[in-house]
Design a protein around this ligand. Structure first.
Ligand SMILES: CC(C)(COP(=O)(O)OP(=O)(O)OC[C@H]1O[C@@H](n2cnc3c(N)ncnc32)[C@H](O)[C@@H]1OP(=O)(O)O)[C@@H](O)C(=O)NCCC(=O)NCCS
Length: 166
């Protein structure tokens, strides 16, 4: 995938181990998210997430991406192509820096992502939000995602599976 096609306004690149400190700095300020989706972020959990894959997917399908405004990391996204089916992309994680929130930046990134993935021939995006997390649920609904009717329970919280047709 040509990552540069995913955003009109920001530099997008794959993140690696050298970026963990910056990712940690972005994540740790989003306390509400970890209240609903514990445990709280650590440098180690970021390193693990960078490698984590759903069943039957390979590292080449995974894009653990950083969005940059100049030198500043403003958003992180864990994107899997071709999951759960060939024509669907899966967002495992999406977070913006608290200093830029509520300004439409997150929605703009998702709008561009949808256009970019549609141009590549994908037909849908799937993701999950933690039941009861108002920030996540309102954000995804505002951006055109709706519940599939599927939920699943993990340790301590319930995940609501949602999708958007491209
Ligand atoms: C959700 C998130 C990505 C939104 O980023 P953003 O750059 O602020 O996005 P936008 O400005 O485009 O959209 C803001 C929308 O998010 C929702 N939202 C944000 N904070 C909220 C809160 N405290 N309570 C309820 N809804 C909230 C609202 O729908 C809001 O729209 P509104 O301004 O019309 O009310 C950001 O708040 C974040 O990173 N949160 C922590 C991580 C997370 O929950 N990620 C999503 C699940 S993977």
């Amino acid at each position: 995938m040509d990552i540069s096609r995913l955003s009109s306004g920001y530099l997008v690149r794959r993140l690696g181990e050298n970026d963990i400190e910056d990712i940690f700095a972005l994540c740790r300020k989003n306390e509400l998210y970890y209240k609903y989706c514990p445990p709280f972020v650590t440098r180690r959990s970021i390193a693990d997430d960078m490698k984590a894959l759903p069943p039957r997917k390979e590292a080449s399908d995974k894009y653990y991406l950083g969005y940059y405004d100049g030198d500043k990391l403003i958003a992180v996204m864990d994107l899997i192509l071709g999951y759960p089916d060939e024509k669907t992309a899966f967002i495992g994680f999406f977070m913006t820096d608290t200093s830029v929130q509520k300004a439409g930046i997150g929605s703009g990134i998702i709008r561009d992502l949808c256009a970019g993935l549609r141009d590549m021939g994908l037909t849908g995006i799937r993701l999950g939000w933690v039941k009861g997390n108002p920030q996540a649920e309102h954000f995804w609904r505002k951006n055109g995602f709706s519940e599939t009717g599927v939920t699943y329970d993990t340790d301590g919280y319930t995940v609501v599976v949602a999708q958007r047709v491209l």
